[in-house]
Design a protein around this ligand. Sequence first.
Ligand code: BGC
Length: 252
Amino acid sequence: MSSTTAIGIDIGGTGIKGAVVDLATGALLSDRIKVPTPTGGRPGDIIDTTRRLLETVSVGTANIPVGICFPAVVKRGHTMSAANVSEEWIGLAAEDMFEASLGRSIHFVNDADAAGYAEAQYGAAQGVAGVVLLTTLGTGIGSALLNDGVLVPNTEVGHIEIDGSDYEKKAAYSAKERDDLSWTKWAGRLQKYYSALERLFSPDLFIVGGGVSKHHREFLPLLQLGTPIIPAVHRNNAGILGAAALAVKNPG
Ligand code: BGC
């Protein structure tokens, strides 16, 4: 019998957050607990912080599945990149390391892929046919590519090069804050970015996630694209929801 509840933990470049999720509806059944990502984003520190967060989130739950999502390419439980965390993650058997520290099995996945899966199950991509490209605008830019609801993992299109730059450094929400850009100035960079994605993927729908998508009225209407572009439904909770749902779909 499959579980109807699971714990999702979303590790980001800035914060680590977790909650218990009702998988039938995608609703959070507990408070969302959020702690800062340890400075330097080193493996031991992030794993310790995650262990303490899981202890808090799991109070009162039985041994329900746990899904963890992480801001890196994840292949067979190994972290293969590190854009906004310590480079010490590259090549680590991260899933095994989390399991050893947490004392339980987990499902481990890229953060944007978890968000894309959540939007396909419970949000803006639910029932959408064709190619959907979800991007999360946060500390970095994450991506999830779905075709008829099926996820193609680890697409990493936040790092496409435009004008000689890794474009997440120009167009992520952190770049808007760092360079103190108005919505209009930031939208100029997003225009370049989404036009490039449109040429490469010919998507049927763009979905924009990350916390800033709650302000979508300030910047999405400024973009001129041939593809519809809409905000995500779950924004900051999508990683938690997707990680929890994938933990049940792929039990450890
Ligand atoms: C990482 C991706 C991640 C995204 C959002 C990027 O810098 O390369 O793996 O999904 O940030 O956190």
